[in-house]
Design a protein around this ligand. Structure first.
Ligand SMILES: Cc1ncc(COP(=O)(O)O)c(C=O)c1O
Length: 432
């Protein structure tokens, strides 16, 4: 079974015995059976990354045997999770400060490396302040909901393809919302004009992680200015990767100063864990003082904050990784396209190879792992709309020519074995 099972403590009465007349466990069984029926039950690969040999990892098979594999789907886009400066900052700080934060920010958990990290992030995005959360997910959920809640009568305008964490932030705010068609400026303008004078918050991403397309940030800022709206931009799939100092797409486009709130993660391009918002000192202070998802949870530990700061600082100075990342992503795309594989054209580092069927997508991923020691997680509904299931490939600077050639041959063999649709034969539907 893919779930990790533990022996129940002997004193615990199993749910099914306790619940006379009510089959509590039956509800969980039914819920899982529904997922199996829809062919979208998720199985996690049990892997252990090998520090210093990115993107190699050991895969522990269900039978306990171990196989060395190449990971082609990590969001540690630059391999910074194994960078010597980052590992050194974490281990040195853990030795000096211990491992946990010891409390919430309010009660004993505030720590100097975390305060320094927030200053580093504010500087990265050219803002007055930064506020760190335990993940990018929490930063969106707590950030958007709190910001919108603090503005009386706020209307939220949200891109149709926004990540679940942003959708949850919008929902938790309790504010009225309008969803604009993905990257559709005319539709956004129509909604802004119809909203009249009331306060408005536009929430959107820079790089959309599944299709790899980019928002027209400058034009959205123009509209925000014209109609008196605030802007909140998720740069989760761009921080570390784009811009002269790795601040993301808004930096690349020279419009960082025009975005009111820039949100990011420390988990992907920066290779650690945690999330943040940056903005005016007043806004960050207000979120710090009101967001339940910030107040009532233990702070990020000092060793993680120090590692994240080391990563941010390193990538502010060095563009070598960014250039190599773009180069290897372009080479991967070119190789797969030349082999006739159905690559969704993207302008970014993300390489989606379309399958269009949940069961076949999982079969392709299983085959790649079993037969070729290549790990690419299948991406199925609800992460992407039904009919657009795909393998989402994320090349890094460390996926060299030999690995790209091996990946291409493995995908071609998989496509032939499973008789999967080739380039030009697959109709990619718009999002639901
Ligand atoms: C667009 C976007 N925002 C936020 C998040 C959440 O970030 P984190 O993984 O740091 O929680 C994700 C996660 O994949 C994401 O894709």
């Amino acid at each position: 079974m893919p779930v990790t099972r533990m022996q129940a403590a002997p004193t615990t009465t199993p749910i099914r015995e306790r619940a006379a007349g009510t089959d509590y466990e039956g509800h969980f069984r039914n819920a899982l059976e529904r997922l199996h029926g829809e062919r979208r039950y998720r199985v996690f690969a049990d892997i252990e990354r090998i520090s210093g040999r990115f993107p190699t990892a050991n895969w522990r098979r269900p039978d306990g045997r171990t196989t060395e594999i190449t990971v082609w789907c990590s969001n540690d886009y630059l391999g910074m999770g194994q960078h010597p400066d980052v590992v050194a900052a974490m281990t040195e700080t853990a030795r000096r400060c211990g491992v946990g934060a010891g409390g919430t920010r309010n009660i004993a958990g505030n720590n100097s490396p975390l305060v320094d990290l927030e200053r580093e992030l504010a500087d990265l995005h050219g803002k007055e302040a930064g506020l760190v959360f335990t993940s990018g997910y929490v930063s969106n959920q707590a950030g958007i909901s709190t910001i919108a809640k603090l503005i009386p009568d706020c209307l939220i305008l949200s891109d149709a393809f926004n990540h679940n964490s942003m959708i949850e932030g919008v929902r938790h705010s309790g504010c009225e919302k309008r969803v604009f068609r993905h990257n559709d400026l005319a539709h956004l303008e129509e909604l802004l004009a119809a909203a009249g004078d009331r306060p408005k918050l536009i929430v959107f991403e820079s790089v959309y992680s599944m299709d790899g397309d980019v928002a027209p940030i400058e034009k959205i800022c123009d509209l925000a200015q014209r109609y008196g709206a605030m802007t909140y931009l998720d740069e989760v799939h761009a921080v570390g990767l784009y811009g002269e100092r790795g601040a993301g797409m808004a930096e690349r486009d020279g419009v960082m100063h025009r975005v009111d709130v820039i949100e990011g993660t420390l988990a992907k391009g920066f290779g650690c864990v945690g999330g943040y918002i940056t903005g005016s000192a007043l806004l960050c202070d207000a979120v710090r003082s009101h967001a339940a998802g910030f107040i009532f949870t233990t702070a990020l530990p000092p060793a993680i904050a120090a590692a994240a700061r080391a990563s941010v600082r390193y990538l502010k100075r060095s563009s070598v990784e960014r250039a190599a990342h773009q180069r290897q992503a372009a080479r991967t795309k070119a190789a797969l396209e030349a082999a006739g594989l159905p690559v969704l054209p993207t302008e970014t580092h993300i390489v989606p190879v379309m399958v269009g069927d949940a069961e076949l997508c999982k079969a392709a991923a299983d085959h790649l792992l079993e037969r070729h020691a290549i790990y690419i997680q299948p991406i199925n509904y609800p992460t992407v709309p039904r009919g657009t299931e795909r393998l989402r490939i994320t090349p890094s600077p460390f996926h060299d020519e030999a690995r790209i050639a091996k990946l291409t041959a493995a995908l071609v063999e998989t496509w032939e074995t499973l008789d999967l649709p080739r380039a030009g034969t697959l109709f990619v539907e718009a999002a639901e």
